[in-house]
Design a protein around this ligand. Structure first.
Ligand code: FE
Ligand code: FE
Ligand code: ZN
Length: 275
């Protein structure tokens, strides 16, 4: 089972690798820079080299970078879109130092222009960013549909993928709290939801799972993560999710409200439920 959690990147790659190993994780997610989108720290080649060796020795085969969540490539404001594009371009260049991983981002919010206009901005941004030689797969995260967020409906994700020229560089990260809040009943109708995802987006596009319980009921469109087993989705449904044949070989990332010991405990419990 490939499982880990979101870790702070402030002390560099090697520190994240060691923290992951300490909590019995074999993957991790991290922000490429301050989540609010500030300037990124310079990369330290020695840290990266030490991390790559450490990862190889400790069974960490893949990791997931997360873009700052304040980026909005769907904005009506060209300056806001330009900032998102420049930040993501810089992130993807930096990620070539740890090649072959995934980079997840929130598609964005259309803030009143309508989903169609937002989708068109996001796709043109991606067409300006992706290059054939980049080794990172860029993931659209499924969103809860808070405010005017794009990416709640599977159809919107499909629409973006269809408009991206280098679409084979793209995938999807499914966040269990977000799809639940977005109205997809993964607790009682997991097969139906995944069937629908397969028909609209294609299960082969699915590259990562954000494993979060939800503080709110189905369809609440709130996006408040709960600890595993302490929300409306529940531990039994989480066990079905991690064991589902279409999902079980994907990497799972906890973004639950926890400190390190809480993550270690959730990883232990989930490994125990993985058959
Ligand atoms: Fe996210
Ligand atoms: Fe998430
Ligand atoms: Zn969330």
């Amino acid at each position: 089972m490939t499982i880990g959690c979101h870790l702070s990147s402030s002390k560099g790659y090697l520190s994240m690798g060691k923290t992951a190993a300490k909590i019995k994780a074999n993957t991790f997610q991290f922000f490429t820079r301050n989540p609010r989108g500030a300037k990124a720290k310079a990369l330290d080649p020695k840290d990266i080299q030490a991390y790559l060796e450490y990862a190889r020795d400790h069974g960490i085969e893949r990791i997931l970078a997360h873009a700052p969540y304040t980026l909005n490539g769907a904005s009506l404001d060209p300056k806001v879109r330009e900032f998102a594009k420049n930040t993501m371009t810089d992130d993807l260049n930096r990620l070539e130092h740890t090649p072959g991983n995934c980079y997840n981002f929130h598609p964005g919010s259309h803030v009143g222009q309508g989903a169609e206009a937002g989708i068109s901005h996001i796709s043109s941004m991606l067409n300006g960013i992706l290059k054939p030689e980049l080794s990172t797969t860029v993931l659209l995260e499924t969103m809860a549909g808070k405010g005017s967020e794009i990416g709640r409906e599977f159809e919107e994700l499909r629409e973006i993928l269809d408009r991206v020229e280098l679409s084979d560089h793209m995938g999807v990260c499914l966040d269990t709290c977000h799809v639940w809040d977005g109205g997809y009943d993964i607790r009682d109708h997991l097969d139906e939801v995944l069937g629908r995802f397969d028909r609209i987006v294609g299960l082969s596009r699915l590259k990562a799972i954000h494993l979060n319980d939800s503080m709110n009921p189905l369809g609440a469109r709130k996006d408040r993560h709960a600890k595993i087993g302490q929300g409306h989705i529940g531990l039994e449904a989480m066990a079905r999710i991690i064991n589902h044949p279409a999902l079980r070989n994907l990497p799972f990332y906890l973004e639950t409200p926890n400190e390190l010991d809480g993550y270690a405990e959730e990883i232990r419990v989930l490994r125990e439920h993985y058959r």
